[in-house]
Design a protein around this ligand. Structure first.
Ligand SMILES: Cc1ncc(COP(=O)(O)O)c(C=O)c1O
Length: 434
């Protein structure tokens, strides 16, 4: 097998996500033969540093020996079993650990198999919990510039204009309240006031507010102050509205703490986790909620209040083994503490980007860094130019529009950070107009 042959076979039969397939007439598709650590390798031995952790999922590198071993061990005893009416040790252990690690009052785990499905679970659970209380609340609030996935419910609460316009007739009701405009406390307080005014008018209709704590990922790594979460929690309490923390992207250490909500010392009513949950190995997601919510569904069968949701692969045993192995690594290797040093090093390296005329702002939150470019039209596809430059120089960068970002696996070394960020720097320099 070689790169060319696999590309041809692929384009005959595979329809890729998030892709205008015609682009592949001119832009290369990269066939990957194997991966190790932060490196992806093609069939000709070209290597690429995975600066985006393969869509923000990979935490401890590709082919991590410990996670590999744990999945192999699991494979010997149980690959999968229906989770309705049956259970297995891996899912029980994982749930016990997640309940212990997440903020208080998150007592029960409901599993799905990707971020978007878990968002659907959280939205339905919120709506249904109110319904079981005799209240019909059909409206969801989310933040401007938010992204929560691409199934119909998740898409409905996101704020990506093109997606919303295209699928508008299919969507459920949602309304957006402004995200804090920057990372200052003032901006957080200002945005919280607007949310409070909305609640004062519409609390009777609002089931929940859903938000990405601290960093809006797909919305260009937009960052805001933890005070906003504190305020939202308090407003939700006063108006009997649920708070859904979508930690699909920020969870598992990306923001510098294990979970984003920890920065604000708050407990949401629902916490949604996926991506890093299995260290980037297998699809798995989970919604954690309180016993108070759980109890609203707990009654005699004939009352018909049970939660109505299931997926065939709910709580898959191999995925749970990968998730337990991931938590072992967090536990045994002081990852959060070690990341502080790597994050500080990346912050230092961000400095030189500030000197470039086409850089509007640099931002960092934990292990997430972003460089926002300015002065370009969307039609120039500046992100694509940075992507192509990166590939030519051995780094997988995948800018979000005009925002170049770094979200590498945590095992990245200082030397690899140098290559990753210096390559992005050179790419941005190459775009400065004469
Ligand atoms: C914050 C957030 N929520 C939900 C999702 C959807 O997850 P998935 O792509 O696994 O459906 C994403 C994906 O990027 C995300 O960033």
């Amino acid at each position: 097998m070689n790169n060319e042959a696999l590309k041809i076979r692929d384009l005959e039969v595979v329809w890729h996500p998030c892709t205008q397939m015609k682009d592949h007439e001119v832009f290369p598709l990269i066939p990957i033969k194997k991966a190790q650590g932060v490196y992806l390798e093609d069939f000709e031995g070209n290597r690429y540093i995975d600066a985006v952790s393969s869509w923000w999922v990979n935490l401890f590198g590709h082919a991590n020996p410990y996670i590999n071993q744990k999945i192999k061990e699991q494979l010997e005893s149980l690959e999968h079993v229906i989770l309705a009416g049956f259970t297995h040790e891996g899912v029980v252990r994982l749930s016990e650990r997640l309940v212990a690690l997440t903020p208080k009052y998150l007592d029960k785990c409901f599993y799905a198999d990707n971020g978007s499905s878990a968002i659907e679970v959280a939205l339905k659970m919120s709506y249904h919990a109110h319904l079981n209380d005799g209240k019909r609340k059909e409206l969801f609030v989310s933040l401007t510039n938010s992204y929560h996935g691409e199934t119909i419910g998740a898409l409905s609460v996101g704020d990506v204009q093109l997606y919303k316009e295209t699928y508008e007739p299919l969507l459920i009701r949602s309304i957006q309240t402004p995200v804090p405009k920057d990372a200052t406390k003032e901006a957080a307080l200002e945005a919280a006031l607007v949310f409070e005014e909305l609640c004062a008018q519409k609390a009777q209709e609002i089931s929940a507010i859903i938000l990405e704590p601290l960093v809006q990922g797909a919305g260009g790594m937009h960052m805001y102050h933890a005070e906003f979460l504190v305020q939202v929690r308090s407003i939700c309490d006063r108006y009997a509205i649920h708070m859904i923390a979508d930690e699909v992207m920020v969870g598992f250490g990306r923001t510098g703490k294990l979970f984003g909500c920890e920065h604000a010392k708050i407990s949401p009513d629902f916490m949604v986790l996926s991506k890093g949950l299995t260290g980037g190995y297998l699809p798995l997601s989970v919604v954690l909620t309180s016993n108070a919510i759980y109890d609203k569904f707990y009654c005699d069968y004939s009352e018909y209040k049970a939660f109505l949701h299931s997926h065939s692969y709910t709580g898959n045993a191999l995925a749970c083994a990968a998730a337990n192995a991931t938590l072992d690594i967090f536990e045994n290797e002081s990852i959060i503490e070690k990341n502080l040093l790597k994050a500080a090093y990346m912050e230092q390296k961000l400095e030189k980007f500030k000197t470039l005329p086409n850089v509007k702002e640099v931002r960092r939150c934990g292990m997430i860094c972003a460089v926002e470019l300015s002065g370009y039209m969307p039609s120039e596809r500046i992100g694509m130019q940075v992507y192509l430059y990166g590939l030519k120089h051995g780094v997988l960068l995948r800018p979000l529009g005009h925002v170049v970002y770094f979200m590498p696996p945590y095992i990245i070394t200082h030397e690899e950070i140098d290559v990753m960020m210096d390559t992005a720097f050179d790419a941005i320099v190459s775009l400065v107009r004469a």
